[in-house]
Design a protein around this ligand. Structure first.
Ligand SMILES: [Zn+2]
Length: 309
């Protein structure tokens, strides 16, 4: 099969995929977000979201990866409508988010191979009854700074499904070095680390952690850029990216915003999907990051991660 990126409106030749946001959401509902409000939502207001995505497109945006999984509000028809309406390529995720949000009968009652089979079937046949196919596995993650027993099973399933489909795996690894433990499980199943993106790496801006992930061949993703929580970390993020680039890791760094709450939208006073283009990339340029490196991180790296076949 020819190389392609699987978008919600069908396969696309990789060279048509330009500036890409590899970790975003366009609609999320979740309960029990620890240390925050008990209820967390990015409402699916179509006119509003279409305008926010149009802003991304006006700033040179081409493709957005929506990593919302089924149990926190994934809606294939919604994604297909948004893509058709805005002209932004949208890639949908697959899998299970993290243990706190696993539905009671989804992960615990199935074998690892059964879980893998669900992802593989979605990839081969599309999500019933919509036919919309995922183009990446994720976001899958861990609640804490370790991988729980149930989460380990999801990671093993993701790795097996990744090997069978060619899909990359994108993770949620928050505020700790847990990305290394996640990577360990994935590679233990034989998944090529080059097909793994360790997410939220900017929430743990520790040089040794980033170097350890990169040395194993996986990518680190700075993906909370522009959210209020990230503002105070931003100078550290810029300095860390510059350091990693100087050490030759330009091909293993990805950038995104993780828009996942109403407050993150421009219409509600947030930075929306345009922060990278409008603010963060200019900050990198000020720090003497070269144009070719910016293109590598925002176009070529996500394109390579999303390319299958
Ligand atoms: Zn996310």
């Amino acid at each position: 099969m020819a190389a392609r990126v699987m978008t919600v409106t069908g396969p696309v030749p990789p060279d048509r995929i330009g500036f890409t946001l590899p970790h975003e959401h366009t609609g999320v509902r979740l309960w029990g977000a620890p240390a925050r409000e008990d209820y967390w939502e990015l409402r699916k207001d179509e006119d509003l979201l279409a305008e926010e995505l149009a802003d991304f497109r006006r700033r040179g945006g081409s493709c957005l990866v929506d990593l919302t999984t089924d149990e926190i509000g994934r809606d294939p028809r919604w994604l297909r409508r948004l893509a058709s309406r805005t002209g932004v390529f949208i890639v949908m995720g697959s899998g299970w988010y993290r243990q706190l949000h696993y539905p009671p009968d989804s992960v615990d009652r199935r074998t690892v191979d059964e879980l893998a089979g669900i992802i593989v079937r979605e990839f081969e046949e599309g999500v019933a009854p919509t036919g919309v196919r995922p183009g990446i596995i994720g976001e899958i993650g861990t609640d804490k700074w370790w991988v729980s027993a149930q989460e380990e099973r999801v990671f093993r399933a993701a790795a097996r499904a990744g090997r069978r489909t060619g899909l990359a795996v994108s993770t949620h690894a928050l505020a700790s070095d847990v990305g290394l433990a996640q990577l360990e499980v994935l590679t233990d199943e034989g998944l090529d680390p080059a097909r793994v993106v360790v997410g939220h790496a900017d929430t743990y801006p520790d040089l040794d952690y980033h170097l350890a992930v990169l040395a194993r061949g996986a990518s680190v993703q700075f993906d909370t850029l522009g959210t209020p929580e990230a503002a105070r970390r931003e100078p550290r993020a810029v300095a860390l990216i510059v350091e990693l680039l100087e050490r030759g890791y330009a091909s293993q760094i990805l950038l995104s915003h993780d828009v996942c709450h109403d407050d993150h939208l421009r219409a509600n006073g947030g930075n929306g999907y345009g922060y990278l283009a409008q603010h963060f990339l200019p900050a990198l340029r000020t720090a003497a990051v070269a144009e070719g490196e910016i293109r590598q991180m925002t176009v070529e790296n996500p394109r390579r991660i999303l390319t299958i076949g």
